[in-house]
Write a new protein. Structure first.
Length: 326
């Protein structure tokens, strides 16, 4: 008999800062008119009143697809990034980072962690922004100062550069990915449903990379995305080499798949509607037999965090399964 899975919930105090984030209607397609919460924030100006932990890791905005996305849901992405850098990145391991604005912020937080505590890590990526940050100088996340405690190696896949997505795709990128075996794979997505699976928005050339990442044998597979993508669909459904969508979530994963998402930082986003789309998705977990089975077997972990201004800059809000249910 399968055991009952509980969610670990931590009581949270209301967030005082209002980022003017507006809630989207439940189940809204990602192709509809964006709400105010998707408009870029002007963060990195000299008069910014945002906390240092936020401005340290947020990229400048540009007019590309990824450049605009990197400054939407900024508090939520920061919480996800600091959590992953603190709890998921393993010293002495190897990781592949996919394209995407959230994963760029994750690596910036990881570089900052390395400067504070030391880190040995091999990164392979098709994310051109991650490469730029690795080569930067004089930034809070720059690794330009020699240190005996830091040994971070970065490898680019090669491939055709997609300007809108700041990423490398094509046959050369796929060729490289086929021949490496990282301990952990971090996937960037633009929509996720526990009933349907992973979605992405990119050009058709991205399909080969997403399929390879979703099919690759790996110790841990990590999906990192803010709450605006939870319960949402987008242009393309990601499938593995066997044609499996949500059924492939934990396939070829030796340890477990980890989903890291966020609570909305803005009170307005929480209060509109009796059951916002992201909340509905989380509430449906106990009724989802596939997800329950993966949780019971220890093959799936779901983490929900929120942003706080004090170190470590995230707060654990929910965990599926909870520590007392294992």
């Amino acid at each position: 008999m399968s055991k009952k899975i509980h969610t670990q919930a931590i009581k949270r105090t209301p967030n005082k800062r209002n980022t003017k984030t507006a809630s989207k209607s439940q189940g809204r397609s990602r192709h509809m008119q964006p709400s105010r919460s998707e408009e870029p924030h002007e963060l990195l100006n000299k008069n910014s009143k945002y906390p240092r932990c936020l401005t340290d890791i947020l990229p400048d905005m540009d007019e590309t697809y990824t450049g605009r996305k990197c400054q939407t849901y900024i508090f939520e992405k920061a919480a996800i990034a600091y959590y992953i850098a603190d709890k998921i990145i393993k010293d002495g391991s190897s990781a592949f980072f996919d394209a995407g604005s959230t994963l760029r912020i994750v690596t910036r937080a990881t570089y900052i962690r390395a400067k504070k505590r030391g880190l040995k890590l091999i990164i392979t990526t098709n994310n051109f922004d991650i490469s730029d940050d690795f080569m930067s100088k004089g930034k809070p996340y720059s690794l330009d100062e020699p240190s005996a405690n830091i040994d971070v190696i970065l490898q680019l896949t090669g491939g055709k550069h997609d300007r809108q997505h700041h990423a490398l795709f094509g046959r050369l990128a796929a060729f490289t990915l086929d021949r490496i075996y990282p301990e952990c794979i971090f996937m960037g997505i633009t929509g996720f449903s526990f009933r349907k699976g992973l979605f992405y928005h990119g050009a058709t050339e991205e399909e080969a990379i997403k399929r390879a990442l979703y099919s690759k044998e790996v110790d841990r597979r990590v999906l990192a995305f803010d709450h605006s993508k939870l319960g949402q669909l987008d242009m393309f459904l990601c499938e593995n080499n066997e044609g499996e969508a949500i059924e492939g979530l934990c396939k070829n994963v030796r340890d477990k798949t980890i989903v890291v998402t966020s609570e909305p930082y803005d009170e307005e986003d929480e209060s509109k509607g009796k059951q916002p789309w992201y909340q509905q998705e989380l509430e449906d977990i106990p009724r989802n037999s596939f997800v329950q089975d993966a949780l019971n077997k220890g093959k799936l972990e779901i983490i929900v965090v929120s942003f706080v201004e004090e170190d470590p800059y995230y707060r654990l809000e929910r965990r599926f399964p909870s520590a007392d249910s294992t």
